[in-house]
Design a protein around this ligand. Structure first.
Ligand code: PMV
Length: 330
């Protein structure tokens, strides 16, 4: 048996340029479609895991506060997989800190589970292996599997029944100097989480199969556009992927609607600005009301000003291509 200890890891958030929506296997959390993301700096989660023979249960602190029972359960499922692989029996104390507000409109689950997987494996004495960290974190939150690598990252669709699926790196952060400008359109937590939204969409939306059939070609276009550094190609496929995903969810019964009035206002303003100014800027959204605009670094000030001027936009936040997960102690 290895001797478990303590480790700290830092992971960056990511935004999907080609969206994942739908599971090929719920138990193993395997995506039904391939997805491509950009890892985002400076938005990080830093997580410390400590295994100790003196602990009588697993504990989880998020930003200094005890986590809710559902969150503890999800972290425990990951810790159990690590304990079983490393043959460790100790309970763990986990403490996790986001350096961006959870209400910033960027999913903290991607950076959160990625940092947790990296720190837990290291604390349990398992070797540093990005493929295994990706597969482990993907099991908790598929988008987390992509934060293992920096820059531009692909997570293929899964094969039902096969629990090992990891993301792969397409290009490092230095490949392309893009920006993501987040337009925050609402405060607070979303009312339908991504897993519930996906399951409900699969079960009730007549467009679900059409989405699953269409997604791989959109992913191919995004991958090709990244290789060529062609923002128009990436942007057009990304907007198509985003709106097809949301249309599919809106066709569920009852509908899953993440849009708020300000969401639609931003989408219209962005399209009008693109048409009138000639600036290449394209929209994407996750399972929430915020709009994230992708543009060249040179255009970021104009894009940010345009978004900040739309009625209902509470604030904006700028991100750049960021690095992969790193072990900072342990
Ligand atoms: O991995 P999850 O459960 O956080 O789901 C992510 C779903 C989207 O953010 C909507 C799309 C994506 O590919 O990140």
């Amino acid at each position: 048996m290895s001797s478990p200890g303590k480790a700290t890891a830092r992971a960056y958030a990511n935004i999907a340029l080609a969206k994942y929506w739908g599971k090929a296997d719920v138990e193993y959390n395997l995506p039904a479609v391939p997805s491509i993301s950009m890892t985002l700096a400076p938005l990080t989660t830093t997580t410390t895991v400590r295994f100790d023979a003196g602990f009588t249960e697993d504990t989880l602190e998020l930003d200094g506060q005890p986590a809710r029972p559902g969150e503890v359960k999800r972290a425990q499922a990951l810790l159990d997989r690590v304990r079983s692989e490393a043959q460790v029996t100790q309970f763990a104390a986990v403490s996790s800190v986001n350096d961006f507000p959870t209400a910033a409109g960027l999913a903290s689950s991607a950076s959160g589970f990625c940092a947790l997987a990296a720190a837990a494996r290291a604390a349990a004495g398992l070797g540093w292996d990005r493929g295994l960290i990706s597969s482990l974190s993907r099991w908790s939150s598929a988008s987390a599997g992509r934060s293992v690598y920096g820059g531009f990252v692909e997570l293929p669709a899964g094969t039902p029944g096969d629990p090992w699926l990891s993301a792969k790196s397409l290009a490092g952060p230095e490949h392309w100097d893009l920006r993501i400008v987040v337009a925050v359109t609402a405060e607070g937590r979303k009312d339908v989480g991504s897993t519930d939204g996906m399951t409900h969409t699969r079960d009730t939306s007549p467009y679900y199969q059409a989405w699953v059939n269409a997604a791989p070609a959109l992913c191919d276009q995004v991958r090709e556009g990244i290789e060529k550094r062609d923002l128009r190609q990436v942007g057009e496929a990304m907007e198509h992927s985003t709106l097809a995903m949301h249309a599919c969810a809106m066709a569920a019964a009852p509908a899953v609607i993440y849009f708020q009035p300000a969401t639609l206002a931003v989408l219209h303003a962005l399209r009008a600005f693109r048409r009138d100014s000639g600036v290449q800027v394209y929209a994407t959204m996750d399972a929430g009301p915020h709009v994230k605009a992708l543009c060249h670094a040179d255009d970021v000030t104009r894009v940010e000003q345009m978004l900040a001027g739309v009625d209902g936009v509470r604030r904006t936040l700028v991100a750049t291509p960021g690095p992969g997960v790193e072990l900072i102690d342990g």
